[in-house]
Design a protein. Structure first.
Length: 295
C-alpha cells in the first residue's frame, strides 16, 4: 500500500502535478471505506476510493518528535457510505484511518501521509465531522499497574488467560421481546443458573445490529430463557427474532475467580491490601500493642 514514493517525488518536482488525496477507513468489524477528493473514482491496494462521498479534510498537522499529529475529516452522510445510524451505533468508533497523497494519473505513485484512528465523531445537518488522531496519541494514555483488591484484568484477555469459549461460559439465544433498546427477553441460554451472565457481555450475531455489543447490567433466568438488562442500549436496530451471544460475567473478586472460573492462579487483584481503616489506625493505650494477633 506504500506505493512508488520516488515516482511521486519526481512527479512533484516536474512543476505540473496531477495529485489528490485518498482516505481509507477500516472499521473494527473489518468493513473498509475508501474516499477521495478527486472528481473520479480511484482504486489501488484492493480498495475503491469513491469520489461521490463528498469527503474532505483539513490540512494534516505533522511534526517531528512526539508531537500529536491531528486533522479533521468532513463528509456527507449517505446510504452508500457513512450513515447516521452507523455513527449512532458506534460502528466507526476507533476505526483506523490512512491518508495518501496520490498522483491520480498514475495511482501507483503515492505516499502515505497519515495513519491513525477516529477520535471524536459528530454528525448533524446531513454531514459528519471526524477527529483524526495520529499514532503518537497512544503515548497520552496512562500506563502501569493498578494496585487494588478487585482483579484488574478483563475476562479472557492476556492477563486473565481464561478461555471464555469453554463449555458453559457462552450461550446463544433469540430475542422474543424488547423494552426500549436495553431490556431484552431471551429464549434459550437457560443454563447454568440465575445471574450467570451479570457483568458479562452480549454480542448481536444476526439482524440489523449484527456486530454490535453491550455490557450486561442484570441477568435473571426465567422459564424458557432469560431477562437481560444492558448498561447502555444497543442503538443499531435490535428486533425480535435477532440472535445474540451471551458471555458469562465476572465480579472481579477472588471468590468468583476461584469458584466460577477456577482461574485463581491468574487473579490480577490484591485481595489482602489493607483498607482505609488500617491506614487511619493508631496505637491505643487500652489495647495490646505487642504486634500479635488482635483476635
Amino acid at each position: 500500500m506504500g506505493g512508488d514514493k520516488q515516482g511521486l517525488q519526481t512527479h512533484l518536482q516536474s512543476g505540473l502535478t496531477t495529485t489528490c488525496r485518498c482516505w481509507a477507513i477500516t472499521r473494527q468489524d473489518g468493513q473498509v471505506y475508501g474516499f477521495t477528493d478527486h472528481d473520479m473514482e480511484l482504486s489501488f491496494g484492493g480498495i475503491a476510493f469513491k469520489a461521490s462521498s463528498g469527503l474532505t479534510a483539513t490540512a494534516i498537522e505533522q511534526a517531528t518528535g512526539l508531537s500529536i499529529d491531528n486533522s479533521e475529516a468532513m463528509g456527507a452522510l449517505s446510504d452508500a457510505a457513512v450513515t447516521e445510524d452507523d455513527i449512532e451505533a458506534g460502528r466507526f468508533d476507533g476505526a483506523e484511518v490512512r491518508a495518501w497523497l496520490v498522483n491520480w494519473a498514475a495511482p501507483d505513485q503515492r505516499m502515505l501521509q497519515f495513519r491513525g484512528s477516529i477520535g471524536e465523531l459528530r454528525r448533524g445537518g446531513g454531514a459528519f465531522h471526524a477527529e483524526l488522531r495520529g499514532l503518537t496519541d497512544l503515548l497520552n494514555r496512562p500506563m502501569g499497574r493498578i494496585y487494588q483488591k478487585p482483579c484488574t484484568a478483563v475476562l479472557g484477555d492476556g492477563a486473565c488467560k481464561f478461555n471464555v469459549k469453554a463449555p458453559g461460559y457462552q450461550a446463544t439465544a433469540e430475542i422474543v421481546a424488547l423494552t426500549g433498546s436495553s431490556v431484552l427477553r431471551l429464549k434459550g441460554a437457560t443454563a447454568p443458573d440465575g445471574a450467570w451472565f451479570k457483568r458479562g457481555r452480549l454480542d448481536v450475531v444476526s439482524g440489523k445490529a449484527a456486530g454490535l455489543w453491550a455490557s450486561i447490567k442484570q441477568d435473571r433466568r426465567v422459564e424458557g430463557g432469560r431477562n437481560v438488562t444492558l448498561w447502555s442500549g444497543i442503538s443499531g436496530g435490535l428486533a425480535v427474532g435477532d440472535r445474540v451471544k451471551l458471555t458469562a460475567g465476572c465480579s472481579k473478586t477472588m471468590d468468583t475467580c476461584r469458584k466460577k472460573f477456577n482461574n485463581v492462579l491468574n487473579f490480577q487483584g490484591f485481595p489482602d491490601l489493607p483498607g482505609e481503616d488500617w491506614v487511619m489506625a493508631v496505637p491505643k493505650k487500652g489495647n495490646s500493642n505487642s504486634g500479635g494477633s488482635l483476635r
